[in-house]
Design a protein around this ligand. Structure first.
Ligand SMILES: Nc1nc2c(ncn2[C@@H]2O[C@H](COP(=O)(O)OP(=O)(O)OP(=O)(O)O)[C@@H](O)[C@H]2O)c(=O)[nH]1
Ligand SMILES: [Mg+2]
Length: 403
């Protein structure tokens, strides 16, 4: 399954702008809170050094694309309605729409770093809202969403059922949580992290259930913090304030700047590769002096000091660092690195670190092929790889079957 990243945050923080900028979609954006109600979906690309550089070949990418030696591999993005404090009690749009995020592997929290929006997304004077509080309330709402799914107001009945049917707690929880893309490994780890492995589920207190929900949420839907609207005057100061309160990684970002750059690139006015710290003007005549000034400002105030608009950086972080993905290139010919139609390095797949060759063939190549699978060959070393071989980042592999 393709990696899916969900976009969350309070109303008007810039979630849809982020989606539109990176997926080149046209979903509705406005400064009025709760513009988005139904989720918006898009496809975007993570950027990684392509193996074509190392092999010194020119490639013919098919399931992805390759520009200047960078391979861009698709992932899914999902933008949902804004979340406000006490959404779990029905405030704002409530939290029913969180179910839209069930398939997400990680969450991007778009924080309005200008501090000019209150918790419900209404405009207030600049700096009046503390972005740190936004981080806290949003995390809490997501954790409570997990808690609701886990206990469903019938914890006693649920746990009694486990005991009488002699089901294991892991299996019972897995059944309950299967709808939000959670596996048994994650449940076992969350039980361990909340020190509830050996405690009788019947005796779990409300505090225990909440602790377990928090640990499981952290493991299965980790939240990455984005300080959006970094283009505004006040943002740098607010970012530094936030860094002094919040110790985790924070990605400064301007969704708006990315959108402007991508639009001019599409129109062939500039050449801009997502994730770059610069762009090239191709056709200055098409730019009014005001537009030229805007682009100059983006370069001087965002691209240079922040090393890009922040969007590509955070997508890569969500994919490689948080979701532990690696990149694998299957080929048919180990000498030319091509498929059977002479396409060189046609496909690049993202798989989770720790994936073994047999599962890769079944899930990414073809489930039928997996039945006839005999072994793999490492195209670099020409060595045979067994079905339990653990894939490594940038492996180039031929799959050998008995058909
Ligand atoms: N200056 C600046 N404005 C931005 C940026 N990103 C979004 N905005 C503005 O913020 C406002 C809200 O943007 P949206 O993308 O609709 O926000 P949202 O989070 O999807 O809002 P809801 O759908 O209502 O929850 C719009 O006026 C955007 O133009 C940014 O990076 N910089
Ligand atoms: Mg929106």
């Amino acid at each position: 399954m393709t990696l899916t990243v969900g976009i969350v945050g309070k109303p008007s923080s810039g979630k849809t702008t982020f989606l539109n900028a990176t997926c080149l979609t046209n979903a509705k954006v406005s400064e009025i809170p709760f513009t988005t109600i139904e989720p918006n979906k898009g496809v975007t690309y993570i950027k990684t050094d392509c193996v074509c550089k190392e092999l010194n070949v020119s490639d013919n990418a098919k399931n992805s694309f390759c520009i200047d030696g960078f391979r861009f591999i698709p992932i899914n993005l999902l933008d949902v309605a804004g979340l406000v404090p006490d959404a779990h009690k029905g405030k704002g749009l409530g939290n029913k729409f969180l179910n839209d995020l069930s398939i997400a592997d990680a969450l991007l929290h778009i924080v309005d770093i200008t501090g000019a929006l209150d918790k419900s997304g209404k405009m207030v004077s600049i700096g009046e809202n503390d972005p740190y509080e936004d981080i806290l309330f949003l995390e809490n709402e997501i954790d409570l969403w997990f808690k609701e799914i886990i206990e469903r107001e019938d914890w006693k009945r649920f746990t009694k059922g486990i005991l009488s049917e002699k089901k294991k707690i892991v299996d019972a929880l897995h059944e309950r949580l299967s709808g939000i893309k959670i596996n048994k490994k994650e449940i076992i780890l969350a039980l361990k992290n909340s020190k509830l492995e050996t405690k009788n589920p019947l005796a779990w207190t409300a505090q225990d259930i909440l602790m377990f929900s928090k640990k499981l949420r952290k493991i299965s839907k980790p939240i990455i913090i984005i300080a959006n609207k970094i283009d505004k005057e006040i943002s740098e100061k607010n970012l530094n304030d936030l860094k002094s309160k919040y110790s985790g990684p924070i990605f400064p970002c301007s969704a708006l700047a990315e959108q402007v750059l991508r639009k001019y690139h599409e129109d062939k006015v500039i050449e801009y590769l997502p994730g770059s710290t610069d762009f090239k003007i191709l056709n200055q005549q098409k730019l009014s002096s005001k537009e030229f000034e805007t682009l100059k400002k983006i370069k001087d105030k965002i691209l240079r000091p922040y090393q890009g608009t922040g969007i590509q950086k955070v997508l890569n972080f969500a994919t490689f660092d948080v979701s532990n993905q690696i990149c694998v290139y299957p080929v048919s010919d180990i000498n030319t690195y091509s498929d059977n139609k002479n396409n060189v390095l046609p496909d690049a797949f993202l798989v989770e670190k720790g994936t073994i060759l047999r599962d890769f063939v079944r899930d990414k190549i073809h489930s039928d092929l997996a039945k006839n699978f005999i072994f793999g060959i490492d195209a670099r070393t020409k060595k045979r790889l067994g079905e339990n071989y653990e894939l490594k980042h940038n492996d180039i592999i031929k799959i050998v079957t008995n058909k």
